[in-house]
Design a protein around this ligand. Structure first.
Ligand code: RB5
Length: 145
């Protein structure tokens, strides 16, 4: 079975959260691709969303995790890229449905909003749920461009 590569990127508000989720993913056998940032120095979240878009659209990673303080700015930035479907989630039901209905390929999280255990539950739901497919959901996802 091919191992899925998961790209991770965050701004300064999310870099510690990113490190914890990266270790969590690797402990479960996923390959990871860390796109930064790696410290508390202030950076601009759109730059990291852009790096994620390049990784997903270019095929370097099959799924992505984006983290900023709220998850809002970085998900807005990511969703400006064609081919990126980023879902900002605060609980695992949304993460599961983002896969089943929306075929989301990037999970966005807010490090100042949720704790790491909820984030891991969201991530597990996101990575273990398939797109439901079917005419209805495929048509709608197709309209996203
Ligand atoms: C950074 O202070 C903060 O604005 C950013 O992490 C994010 O929450 C923006 O949406």
């Amino acid at each position: 079975m091919t191992v899925m590569t998961i790209a991770l990127a965050s701004d300064h508000a999310g870099y510690q959260f990113k490190a914890e989720l990266k270790a969590f993913l690797e402990s479960r056998g996923y390959e990871t691709l860390d796109l930064g940032t790696d410290g508390p120095e202030s950076v601009d979240y759109p730059d990291f969303a852009d790096a994620m878009a390049r990784a997903i659209v270019g095929g370097a990673a099959q799924r992505g995790v984006l983290i900023c303080g709220t998850g809002i700015g970085i998900s807005i930035a990511a969703n400006r890229h064609k081919g990126v479907r980023a879902a900002l989630c605060t609980e695992p039901t949304s993460a599961r449905l983002a896969r089943e209905h929306n075929d989301a390929n990037v999970l966005a999280l807010g490090a100042r909003v949720i704790g790491p255990e909820i984030a891991k539950d969201c991530l597990t739901a996101f990575l273990t749920t398939a797109f439901e497919g079917g005419e209805r959901h495929s048509r709608r996802v197709g309209k996203l461009g």
